[in-house]
Design a protein around this ligand. Sequence first.
Ligand code: PBG
Length: 310
Amino acid sequence: MHRETVLTSADLIWPLFVIEGKGAEEPIGSLPGVSRWSVDGIVARAKEAVEMGIPCIALFPNTPDGKRSDAGAEAYNPDNLMCRTIRAVRDAVGNDLGILTDVALDPYTTHGQDGLVDASGYVVNDDTVAVLVDQAVAQADAGADIVAPSDMMDGRVHAIRMALEMNGHPNVQIMAYSAKFASAFYGPFRDAVGSGDRLKGDKKSYQMDPANGEEAMREIALDIAEGADSVMVKPGLAYLDIIAQAKARFDVPVFAYQVSGEYALIEAGVAAGVGEREPLLMEKLVAFKRAGCTGVLTYHAPFAARLLNG
Ligand code: PBG
């Protein structure tokens, strides 16, 4: 009767990894219980999402090796794996499910960085933004509802918004990964998209210092001023204070990404006998909502939705 916070399946966004092929499923070793699926498998998951009342899926491609390049040009190929997946999901489920797409170059580059690198390996902001714009427009052309730049370049939200307007996509939203920290919790994701082994060094020149909360507010304010419809804090649990501050200061929806390492730690805890999956997970998911989140991206989305739906 006195409960303040209610979690439902409508609060969940389900991230999915797509591979080439047909009828293909590849379990991801560092994410037990999560697989990469070929397009037909993603379509099947999308139908499940609709049945479970999950309003949106988030797509990430594992690009075949031969299509990765230093410049990541496959990112804006209108027939790349991502765009073909978007079209197939849209064909299958119509407008019953939101399709959120990742804008960043790491699944497409040979070096695993989210942007273009100069001779010294430094990720160059403005040249990268130009490529991200083409990538976002290609995804919108294919039918994405929400493009979500996860690259952390400065100025990309404005550039993407202008390009969407000029290319006939005034209704495509931008969910900005605004407060994205240079985190140790992304390891299994990098395995999933195949960028982990390629990555030399780190992403600290563009992702945030975990020690900085005020800078996170500046990043969020900039992205909103540039045209973001919603913002994201990532990872989730270690940054609940950032979520709460963002919710208090700004008037846009705030989302959290419970990232791959967070998922893997819950599964490792379950395997180690720390506790049962259900209570360990639900306590964390409700914490995101209590902190102020409108919704949560989580690999546990189907498990949580089934529980919440009884
Ligand atoms: C990169 C990207 C990352 C994640 C989403 N997009 C990893 C990174 O920045 O290296 C991480 C998500 C997760 O760990 O679940 N564009």
